[in-house]
Structures are given as C-alpha cells and as structure tokens.
Write a protein that binds this ligand. Structure first.
Ligand SMILES: [Zn+2]
Length: 254
C-alpha cells in the first residue's frame, strides 16, 4: 500500500504517470453525536482509500482533506467548516496540481455535505481536460452518526467510539429534514446531533459496509482503466472522468 505519509517523492514517482490513480480522501471535521469523534467522516474516507490501495499497485493515497462544507453542523462546538466555496476552490486547485503527475485522480468523499462543491469542482476540472472524478460510498441506512456510521467506526477504531453515550436523534428521512437542515441547521431538529439511531450498531455490520464500499471503489479504479483504453483516440488521449454531476443517493449529511 502506498500512502504519501510513508513515501518519498522518488517512491511516489515510481507509481505515478500513465495508469496511476491518486485517491484523495475527503472528509469533514464536524459533530457526530455524543459518541463518535469529530473526525468520523475523514476516518472513514481514509480507511476506504487505504484498503483500496492495498489491493492495487498503481494506487497512491494522498493525505486526507480533513475539512469540508459542514455549515449545517455549526451549532455544535468542534465543528470546523470551510464552507461550500472554499471546499470547491480547494478541490479545483488540488485537482489541477495532482493531475500533473497522476493518470487519474479520484476524490473519495465520506461527507454528504461536500457533494455539491465536489461535483462543481469535478465538472470544472473535467472541462479543463483533467482526469478527476468523484466517488462516495452508497450505503443505505440512517443519515448521520446513527447505526451506519457507528458500525463503521466500531470496525475501524472501536477505542474511539463511546457506545455508552450513544443515543437516538431525529430519525425522520432526509427528504423531510433537508429544508429544515438547510435553513436552521442540525441542532434545530436534533439537540444531540444524531440523525438516525445508533442502536444495534456493531463492528461486523461496519465491516460488511466497508467491504461493500471497497469493492465498489476497486471496481471504479479498474473500470477507469478500461474506459481510458476505449477512449484513447476519440479524445486525443485526454481522459475525462465520469464523476460529474449527481449527488449521493442518500445522505446530504453523514
Ligand atoms: Zn459522518
């Protein structure tokens, strides 16, 4: 597994260029209820990227982007949001820099609030002819700091989950909550910050969810290589990512 934190530039050079993929974990620093750490989204993005890199030689993992667009959580101490515009600009500049040396760049986002700025950044980068894509896990389940994220954190870092403090929050679906969240923030509907219910969370379920995500991202990494071979010539060798546009099927939060 090649992670930049353990690598010198010559080591990364051996794994860059045509056929290489840089995975950029994109998380957030935001409240995750009374029982999960503020870095939960970042931790999940890092775990997925590192497991994928362990499966594929030409995949390098960048240091995580640990801040994102978390304005809906700003009623809680510990939330550190850089907002939508800064998130978009950060990703645009990062994508420009990364695509100079890597065949493809895949931004792996574990925070639903980053979806819109990420989609705009990818759209801009692909319009510049850069091979930058977005990917996010597609898990069913509750929205934020509930059973899904608690299970995953139990699989990744059980020592940082305070299960004895876990409690249910607002369990209404996103479609109902979204207008309120966007207008008044999470705290207005859920004083403890949870959107969902962590009851029943366990490490085995978290492991299954992680495996699903890792398999899906490995397939994306492999599929991109197939796409590139198919497209060379039609696009004069310019690879265009396919991650533009749609937002996650669930969860504006997470
Ligand atoms: Zn989250």
């Amino acid at each position: 597994m090649t992670a930049m934190r353990d690598s010198t530039w010559p080591e990364v050079a051996d794994r860059s260029g045509a056929g290489s993929v840089l995975l950029v974990p994109l998380g957030s620093t935001e409240q995750h209820g009374p029982h999960l750490p503020l870095t939960t989204d970042t931790d999940i993005a890092v775990a997925i990227t590192e497991e994928v890199a362990a499966c594929r030689d030409r995949v390098v993992v960048a240091p995580a982007v640990a801040y994102g667009s978390s304005g809906e959580h700003d009623g809680f101490p510990g939330t550190l949001s850089i907002g939508r515009q800064a998130t978009e600009l950060l990703l645009v500049e990062l994508g420009r820099s990364a695509s100079a040396h890597f065949g493809r760049v895949v931004v792996v986002s574990a925070h639903g609030g980053n979806a819109a700025p990420l989609a705009r950044a990818v759209e801009r980068l692909t319009s510049e002819g850069r091979a930058v894509e977005a990917w996010w896990p597609r898990w069913d389940g509750d929205l934020h700091a509930g059973r899904t994220e608690t299970s995953i954190m139990l699989a990744i870092a059980p020592g940082r989950v305070a299960l004895d403090r876990a409690e249910a929050g607002d369990t209404r679906p996103l479609a109902t909550l979204l207008p309120v969240l966007e207008g008044q923030g999470v705290r207005s509907v859920s004083p403890n910050g949870v959107l969902g219910d962590p009851a029943g969370a366990d490490a085995a379920e978290g492991r299954r969810l992680l495996d699903l995500a890792v398999r899906d991202l490995v397939a994306r990494v492999d599929q991109g290589d197939v796409d590139r071979v198919g497209r060379v010539g039609r696009l004069d060798g310019v690879e265009r990512g396919d991650g533009v546009g749609s937002v996650p099927a669930r969860g504006a939060s997470t």
